[in-house]
Write a new protein. Structure first.
Length: 220
């Protein structure tokens, strides 16, 4: 079968990661989590004490950054300068910093080439915010996965409960702030591509979403 490039965009907590992984498994494709790359840049900036609003320092940071997605037995991981940072990029602090840093054009430019390179071989499911609109406007099938704000907050809370002390209210507040940051920034804001298939997963189970996606892919 022809190798396809599939994109899944959407707001935080919509279920993109779970669904993207499951879809990639079903198709025998690679799964690429582009949010992890923004988180990696955020962690590097934090470690080196760089102000996320300082364009010049961010540019210098990116030019020397050795960021690699790596395949672990239990999923995708991220290495920075050879060190595995998969767990360190999942804290609430790095989550908010990644959202702030992702609004900076120098960071988006740096990651654009890296992401395009990863897409060259196709046979991949790319998860992010601007996959269908900016990074891969020519993607074969584009999905935009959404869910109600309350559902997204509850899903995110359940997912990080064992790792974080944040309350449901705090998770909901962070998600609202991130929605605002990610969809109102000037460069590559979160929005569905005009040719994206929009799915509201509020009342859907993971398998139902994946089945629906596979049926849409087979219809292409
Ligand atoms: O998907 P995530 O929660 O790991 O993403 C972290 C942040 O990175 C998110 O708030 C916005 C940013 N991001 C982006 O701007 N573009 C992408 N393609 C992926 C993530």
């Amino acid at each position: 079968m022809k190798k396809l490039l599939i994109t899944i965009d959407g707001p935080a907590g919509a279920g993109k990661t779970t669904v993207s992984r499951a879809l990639a498994d079903r198709l025998g494709y690679r799964y690429i989590d582009t949010g992890a790359l923004y988180r990696g840049v955020a962690l590097a900036a934090q470690v080196r004490g760089i102000d996320p609003k300082n364009d010049h320092d961010l540019k210098m940071l990116c030019s020397g950054l050795d960021l690699n997605l790596v395949q672990h037995a239990d999923g995708l991981g991220l290495c920075l300068d050879g060190e595995d940072i998969s767990d360190r990029i999942r804290t609430p602090e790095i989550t908010m910093l990644a959202s702030a840093i992702s609004a900076q054009p120098v960071v988006r430019e740096f990651l654009l080439d890296l992401q395009k390179d990863l897409g060259k071989e196709k046979a991949a499911v790319f998860e992010g915010r601007d996959m269908g609109t900016v990074v891969f406007p020519e993607a074969d099938v584009k999905f935009f996965l959404d869910a109600s704000p309350g559902t997204r907050a509850r899903r995110r809370y359940a997912e990080q409960k064992s790792k974080s002390s944040q309350t449901l209210d705090e998770v909901e507040r962070d998600i609202q702030r991130r929605d605002r940051n990610d969809s109102t920034r000037d460069v590559a804001p979160l929005k569905p591509a005009t040719d994206a298939i929009v799915i509201d997963s509020t009342e859907m189970k993971v398998d139902e979403v994946v089945d629906y996606m596979v049926s849409q892919i087979e219809n292409q």
